[in-house]
Design a protein around this ligand. Structure first.
Ligand code: DX5
Ligand code: ZN
Length: 222
């Protein structure tokens, strides 16, 4: 598997969403950032908008929930057909039951970690997840700078995934560009979210190609 590139529509034009979704049709998945103005200070949209994106997107949805109470809200995103639904470890006391419910509905279950959250307590739970998202910025806003100090977490995850042979994708999100993607790839990421570096480019399809190539060229080796 080559590197997966998931453009974040947080950097798209919200009133031209369908057009922008078609501009990234060569990407692997479309990253959909749901923010509730509680778990993070920003506010985006909820299930209704995600459902319309699902209706018109040429590629499947990678939903990133930055919300409180995923127990209540996460299953709805799986039900509307999202390919993967990722919720934050910091937002629940029972991540395993949320993940099990998502898988039961048929979505891939993802666990996201804020930059300050330790990965250690989650390493033994990896079999319950299809993806772990290591946030490489504080969640809430696009266009921030990549935080290289989050890379040891990624290395710990990559090591555990290799040891156990589990099929868990390791995703990074925040500040991923042509310049930073190599650092994350070398540390063990295989799935890359990119907002401003894709939608801010003159040619988003070309930006996706470049990111994919850069990531593949710097693929993690044990
Ligand atoms: C930040 C979001 C990201 C954001 C990334 O809280 O989770 O998905 O869109 O944007 P860039 O790539 O611009 O850092
Ligand atoms: Zn995100």
């Amino acid at each position: 598997m080559t590197a997966r590139i998931n453009p974040s529509i947080l950097a798209a034009d919200f009133v031209n969403m369908e057009r922008d979704l078609h501009r990234i049709a060569t990407a692997d998945l479309v990253h959909v950032d749901v923010m509730d103005n509680h778990f993070v200070p920003n506010l985006t949209f909820g299930p209704q908008m995600a459902g319309r994106i699902q209706d018109v997107s040429p590629i499947p949805l990678d939903v990133h929930l930055m919300i409180d109470n995923p127990e209540k809200w996460a299953p709805g995103y799986a039900e509307l057909g999202a390919y993967s639904v990722t919720f934050h470890a910091e937002s629940t006391t029972d991540p395993v039951s949320v993940a099990r419910r998502l898988r039961e509905i048929g979505a891939r279950a993802g666990l996201a970690l804020k930059p300050g959250t330790d990965v250690e307590p989650y390493l033994d739970l990896l079999a319950e997840f299809d993806q772990v998202l290591v946030m490489t910025v504080e969640p809430g806003f696009g266009g921030q700078s990549f935080m290289p100090e989050t890379m040891p977490k990624l290395q710990a995850l990559r090591e555990r995934v290799s040891q156990t042979g589990l099929d868990v994708w390791l995703q990074v999100d925040g500040g991923i560009s042509e310049k930073t993607i190599a650092i994350a790839a070398e540390a063990g990421a295989d799935t890359f979210v990119a907002g401003s570096s894709v939608f801010g480019a003159e040619n988003p399809a070309l930006a996706i190609d470049t990111l994919r190539r850069e990531a593949a060229a710097h693929k993690h080796t044990a």
